[in-house]
Structures are given as structure tokens and as C-alpha cells.
Design a protein around this ligand. Structure first.
Ligand SMILES: C[C@@]1(CC(=O)O)c2cc3[nH]c(cc4nc(cc5[nH]c(cc(n2)[C@H]1CCC(=O)O)[C@@](C)(CC(=O)O)[C@@H]5CCC(=O)O)C(CC(=O)O)=C4CCC(=O)O)c(CCC(=O)O)c3CC(=O)O
Ligand SMILES: NC(=O)C1=CN([C@@H]2O[C@H](COP(=O)(O)OP(=O)(O)OC[C@H]3O[C@@H](n4cnc5c(N)ncnc54)[C@H](O)[C@@H]3O)[C@@H](O)[C@H]2O)C=CC1
Length: 210
């Protein structure tokens, strides 16, 4: 069976992480970047958490995890170092909760891919648990190709697409324009600017490429 990749919008949604170790920390950072509201349930916390706690970015309940702690969470991560506790958590979640079990992905309903993010561009690599290190390696290779400059490029593409849709255009022309801006020449700010001006109808220039 294949997995089904999705890009979740977790902004403001509740996430519960059981365990306060290194792996819990890694998952916390990923969830924070997505704007989730995170509660850590753990008798102790890995020192890296201190900053997050002090700045109020995460809530910590200093205790062992119980069924009640999972209530209201969209996403639950079982990240303790105790296999039977992690297994128990996977059995306690409701069928509509997302649960990731860090030491046995078959017990959960999702696992976490390696990813590279460049602003609005996200590329995720998964191996279904076969080799997290290969997922990391492929991610690193992809990250070299799709470097930091893609952050601004994506902003341009978004803006240009909006402009292309704003004005009433024939569907064929619209498609041509949307395709055109993904070509290499539009990686330069100069050509991006020219394109936006063209869409604004400045300088009386034609819409199609000369
Ligand atoms: C199933 C999954 C569940 C999940 O956690 O979602 C899972 C499971 C397990 N990982 C284990 C080990 C390691 N995992 C990593 C690294 C990452 N692991 C991640 C995801 C996943 N790991 C999910 C599958 C993803 C996929 O295959 O697509 C990444 C991609 C994302 C993330 O964690 O955020 C992150 C890279 C983050 C980044 O670089 O960005 C490293 C290397 C390192 O830490 O540097 C090692 C040591 C090397 C090794 O063992 O291979 C073990 C054995 C634990 C033990 O020893 O007991 C298990 C348990 C098992 O296999 O059953
Ligand atoms: N998915 C992944 O990427 C990886 C998963 N792992 C697995 O993740 C597990 C956790 O690894 P680390 O974070 O390095 O361990 P760790 O030892 O640093 O942290 C474990 C945490 O779980 C807490 N804990 C234990 N029992 C608990 C309970 N009943 N309720 C709440 N919290 C409890 C501990 O207090 C501690 O904070 C490991 O057992 C390993 O199998 C390890 C490497 C990678």
C-alpha cells in the first residue's frame, strides 16, 4: 500500500507531544514552524526546550501521559522512549486524530518526511520508514538544487499568477503565461519586474511574448 502525501495546515491547531527528549524536540520544531499550539507531556524535558518554554512557545505538563491529555488535539506524537507507552497512546487516540508513533510508524496513521522549505515551496521526501537517512540524503541533494533564492522566486510566481487571473484572459493565453513564468529566465528580478509590468499593461506592451 502507498502512503498518501498531504500538506497540513496546522495553524492554531492543538498538537500534543508525549515525551520531552531529543526526538520530541525535533518534532516540536517542525510543528512550531507550522504554527501549531503545542503541549508537551513529559516528566522531564531535554535542555533545548528551555528557550521555547521561557518564550511561551510551548506548554509543558510535567507528568506521565494519560488519555485525558490527548483530548482536543488534532495531532498527537508518541515520542517517549517507552515502547509500551507509545503503543498505548496509539490505542487511545480517536479515529479522527492524527497520530505519529516515533518508534513504530505502523501503529500511527502518519509519519514525518524529511523536508526542505523555501518560503511557499515545500518538498517532502518519505521512504515509509525504510530509511530515514536516505530521505535525509535525498532532501539534502534537492536542497542544493532548490536553493534559498526560490523563496523570492515563489513570491514572484504567486504575485504573477494573481495578476494573470485578475484580468479576463482567454484560457489558452492564461495557460501560456502561467507556464512562461516557470521558465529559467524568470529567475532574475529584472525579468520578473518586466513581466509584472507587462501584466499591468504598462508601456502599452503586448501580453504575449514579443
Ligand atoms: C517512521 C518514522 C516515524 C516518524 O518519526 O515520523 C521514523 C522512524 C524511525 N527513525 C529512526 C531512526 C532515525 N531517524 C532519523 C531521522 C529522521 N527520521 C524521520 C522520520 C521518521 N523516522 C519516519 C519515517 C520517515 C521516512 O522514512 O520517510 C525524519 C525524516 C523526520 C523527522 O523525524 O522529523 C528525520 C530526519 C529529519 C531531518 O533531517 O530533517 C535518523 C537520523 C538522524 O536522527 O539524524 C535516525 C537514525 C538512523 C536510522 O536508524 O536509520 C528509528 C530507529 C530508532 C531507534 O534507534 O530506536 C525509527 C523507528 C523505526 O524504524 O521503527
Ligand atoms: N522517529 C525518529 O526519527 C526517531 C525515533 N527514535 C525513537 O524515539 C524514541 C525517543 O527518543 P529520544 O527522544 O532520543 O529519547 P529521550 O530518552 O531523549 O527522551 C524520552 C522522553 O520520553 C519521556 N517519557 C518516558 N516515559 C514517559 C511517559 N510515560 N509519559 C510521558 N513522557 C515519558 C522521558 O521523560 C523523556 O523526556 C526512542 O526510543 C527511539 O526509539 C530515535 C531516533 C529517531
Amino acid at each position: 500500500m502507498e502512503t498518501y502525501p498531504v500538506m497540513l495546515n496546522l495553524y492554531g491547531r492543538k498538537a500534543v507531544i508525549a515525551g520531552g527528549g531529543k526526538i520530541a524536540y525535533r518534532k516540536t520544531i517542525g510543528l512550531l514552524k507550522a504554527g501549531a499550539k503545542i503541549t508537551i507531556i513529559s516528566p522531564d524535558l531535554y535542555s533545548e526546550f528551555n528557550n521555547l518554554l521561557e518564550s511561551g512557545q510551548v506548554e509543558w505538563k510535567q507528568k506521565e501521559v494519560e488519555a485525558n491529555d490527548l483530548k482536543g488535539a488534532l495531532i498527537v506524537i508518541a515520542a517517549t522512549d517507552n515502547k509500551s507507552v507509545n503503543r498505548k497512546i496509539s490505542g487511545l487516540v480517536s479515529p479522527h486524530q492524527l497520530v505519529n508513533v516515533v518508534d513504530d510508524s505502523r501503529l500511527g496513521n502518519f509519519h514525518v518526511p524529511a523536508k526542505v522549505t523555501r518560503g511557499k515551496l515545500t518538498i517532502a521526501v518519505g521512504t515509509d520508514g525504510a530509511s530515514p537517512i536516505l530521505a535525509q540524503k535525498i532532501r539534502d541533494e534537492i536542497a542544493d538544487v532548490y536553493d534559498e533564492s526560490y523563496r523570492d522566486y515563489l513570491l514572484f510566481l504567486e504575485k504573477a499568477r494573481e495578476k494573470i487571473y485578475t484580468k479576463k484572459r482567454h484560457i489558452t493565453l492564461r495557460g501560456q503565461l502561467l507556464k512562461e513564468i516557470t521558465q529559467k529566465e524568470y529567475r532574475t528580478t529584472e525579468n520578473q519586474q518586466k513581466f509584472l509590468e507587462r501584466m499591468n499593461g504598462k508601456n502599452g506592451r503586448a501580453e504575449t511574448k514579443p
